[in-house]
Write a protein that binds this ligand. Structure first.
Ligand code: PBG
Length: 343
């Protein structure tokens, strides 16, 4: 009860309304709060990204992404078993090849790092959904996502051919979901036709459709050693100001044959997650990227925020904006916290 006169001098009708509008009645106990919670997080919403590197018995921590490590292929069965036990349905693979060249030939090598990783995972844990990122930037010595012409600009159509070859080699290794992240024009359609032609009509395409030229990819480029050696990616990734263009990009990728689409990064683009949710009825993913992860971890390391609370709040926010799936480096920790809460 307020002690201020303007609030105690309500009419009888006013008192009735105030009582009827006591939202706090729904928040009194955790039992009540759980019952009326609109957005629920589940480990089945998560896709867990992993960096795969050469060698054996390697678990090499990534300094800019505390808690993440580059794993050698032999470490993957253990990782897969852990994901399954946490009820996380899917893993997303990024590869660090032994050597790089101008055309990124490690990307489509039948015995490349990602292809070996997929085979290892499929043998160890056939039910785990394996997602492969299709891009050349981890495999080119210049660090761009496609082939370059003599003056250093990225050649679109020639790059698309190599990306399609990469997708087919990943499917041949056993990948369930192929996820092109390169942002060349027309790649979804060419990859779809290449997969169909090679007998992989059954494989799913998750397009990184609305992928922005973002400063939030910084730690990833350390982890995957994929920073461009000159210039930047603004010529092929989207301008951060462009929301309507993002909707056009999603529409185009669906027309070309994407089964699922993505908005990336997540947090600075939640309006587009919501807009995409309202316009498109396909599964929608959001990528909670490396810089978002690193910022949160840095604040936690300083004791400035409570990690469990802010991670679950962040992931719930991405779901509430409308994402069905979240690609997140927090996947395993979040799944552990969720199991403890409901278990
Ligand atoms: C490859 C790729 C990138 C990310 C996913 N796939 C880097 C980039 O485009 O520079 C970023 C993921 C992250 O930051 O977590 N093109």
């Amino acid at each position: 009860m307020s002690r201020f006169p303007e609030q105690t001098s309500l009419t009888a009708a006013g008192e009735q309304i105030a009582s009827a509008h006591r939202m706090r009645r729904l928040r009194r106990t955790e039992g009540l709060r759980r019952m009326v919670r609109e957005t629920r997080l589940s480990p089945t919403d998560f896709i867990c990204p992993v960096f795969v590197t050469g060698g054996r018995d390697v678990r090499q921590p990534i300094p800019s992404m505390p808690g993440q490590a580059r794993l050698s292929v032999d470490q993957l069965p253990q990782e897969a078993a852990e994901l399954r036990s946490l009820d996380i349905p899917a893993i997303l693979l990024f590869g660090l090849p032994q050597s790089k060249d101008a055309v990124g030939s490690g990307a489509w090598d039948a015995d490349g790092i990602v292809q070996r990783a997929v085979r290892e995972l499929k043998e160890a844990q056939p039910d785990l959904v394996v997602v492969t990122d299709v891009c050349l930037c981890e495999y080119t010595d210049h660090g761009h996502c496609g082939l370059l012409d003599d003056d250093g600009s990225v050649l679109n159509d020639e790059s698309v051919e190599l990306l399609a070859e990469t997708a087919v080699s990943q499917a041949a290794a056993g990948a369930d979901i192929i996820a092109p992240s390169d942002m060349m024009d027309g790649r979804v359609g060419v990859i779809r036709r290449a997969l169909d032609h090679a007998g992989f009509e059954d494989r799913t395409l998750l397009a990184y459709s609305a992928k922005f030229a973002s400063g939030f990819y910084g730690p990833f480029r350390d982890a995957a050693d994929s920073a461009p050696q000159f210039g930047d990616r603004r010529g092929y990734q989207m301008d951060p100001g462009n929301g309507r263009e993002a909707m056009r990009a999603i529409e185009r990728d669906l027309a070309e044959g994407a089964d699922m689409v993505m908005v990336k990064p997540a947090l600075a683009y939640l309006d587009l997650v919501r807009a995409a949710r309202e316009r498109f009825d396909v599964p929608l993913a959001a990528y909670n990227v490396s810089g978002e992860y690193a910022m949160l971890k840095a604040a936690v390391a300083n004791g400035w925020i409570d990690e469990e609370r802010v991670v679950l709040e962040t992931l719930a926010g991405i779901r509430r904006a409308g994402a069905d799936l979240i690609l997140t480096y927090h996947a395993k920790e979040a799944a552990r916290w969720l199991a403890r809460r409901t278990g």
